[in-house]
Design a binder for this molecule. Structure first.
Ligand code: NAP
Ligand code: GLV
Ligand code: GLV
Length: 318
């Protein structure tokens, strides 16, 4: 049988049309997460699968889809893909690095500013008719000038967040397994970063080593009143412990784009006013989502043409 492409959701831009001009393309139109069985049934005999971060590409899925040559994830994070199982089967895995770096860094700053300046509380107050004129003590937040920003995971996005820090007068500390020189910042141990930072922003991938990296013990190391921002992956934070640290008033607030059991949100977060909750929109700009689709298409095209794909995570053999 010839090549065909299974795409687990419609993508913005024109990339899928370009693929469809050359190969049969099936697109799953229903939104929402998919389980293993559904994934396996949908991909079926396709030789290329374009997957979302909310779609599990497990060993069972790969086993059930023996014709697969490439899993092209429409995300830079690939914690939804069992890389070892793909490697064992000689299947290429690709992701979408770099094209979403600036958009995601911007969103991290939107959360930092949104939480520290209490943007949602202000907006809600105006809408309910509660703005009765300028007041010296109305909605006082935390200034950023001369404060410390702690960045956990100093890769592409972490460094892009750091590059914006001098514009806000913030010092940068970072925790990373390797020293990096692409952005302003001083490398420290995670414990020191947590104890010294007024704002902590997470930018590491989700791996076994980063699962619950911020657990109750580490959250307790954070400065009283500090703000936590997570645009990485939900399970990097113990969400129940975060709810506790926020409800007790020890932490000053949180800005979250991702959740431990996405798309479920811990009910304890919903009632907290100093918490800003977004539906995983880090890379959600028109330009970026379209560039991600182009990169996914370039990866699929390359593998189906027998060439090396531009952004491999796992080298395939097919
Ligand atoms: P990246 O360039 O690979 O950067 C990740 C960095 O994390 C690496 O530099 C790595 O450096 C560091 N790291 C890995 N394990 C660590 C650990 N245990 N402790 C501290 N640092 C660790 O990836 P990126 O493009 O910046 O993306 C980062 C993550 O952001 C993605 O994996 C994804 O989950 C998330 N993301 C979310 C959105 C969103 O919509 N919210 C959008 C894009 C990306 P070392 O190996 O040197 O430690
Ligand atoms: C989004 O979360 C991504 O990993 O691209
Ligand atoms: C505030 O609007 C000011 O002018 O200080």
């Amino acid at each position: 049988m010839g090549d065909s492409i299974a795409v687990t959701a419609p993508l913005p831009g024109s990339a899928l049309e370009r693929l469809a001009a050359r190969w049969p393309v099936r697109v799953r139109e229903e939104p929402g997460p998919m389980g293993e069985e559904e994934m396996a049934a949908f991909i079926g005999t396709a030789t290329a699968a374009v997957t979302l971060l909310s779609h599990p590409v497990t060993a069972r899925v790969l086993e059930a889809c023996p014709a697969l040559r490439i899993v092209a994830n429409y995300a830079v994070g690939h914690d939804n893909v069992d890389l070892e199982a793909a490697r064992a089967r000689g299947i290429w895995v690709t992701n979408t690095p770099a094209v979403l770096t600036e958009a995601t860094a911007d969103l991290a700053w939107a959360l930092i500013l949104g939480v520290t300046r209490r943007i949602l509380e202000g907006d809600a107050l105006v809408r309910r008719g509660g703005f009765h004129g300028w007041e010296p003590s109305l909605l006082l937040g935390m200034g950023l000038q001369d404060r410390t920003l702690g960045i956990v995971g100093f890769g592409r996005i972490g460094q892009a967040v750091a590059r914006r820090a001098p514009a806000f007068g913030m010092e940068v500390l970072y925790a990373s397994r390797t020293e990096r020189s692409g952005a302003p910042g001083r490398r420290v141990e995670l414990e020191e970063l947590l104890a010294s930072s007024h704002v902590v922003s997470l930018h590491c991938p989700l791996t076994p080593a980063t699962h619950h990296l911020l657990d109750a013990r580490r959250l307790a190391l954070m400065r009283p009143g500090a703000v936590l921002v997570n645009t990485a992956r939900g399970p990097v934070v113990d969400e129940a412990a975060l709810v506790e640290a926020l409800s007790s008033g020890r932490l000053g607030g949180a800005g979250l784009d991702v959740y431990e059991r996405e798309p479920e949100v811990h009910p304890g977060l919903l009632g907290l006013s100093r918490v800003l909750l977004l539906p995983h929109v880090g890379s959600a700009t028109v330009e970026t989502r379209s560039a991600m689709a182009d990169l996914v298409a370039a990866n699929v095209e390359a593998v189906l043409e027998g060439r090396e794909p531009p952004t491999p995570v796992v080298r395939g053999e097919r």
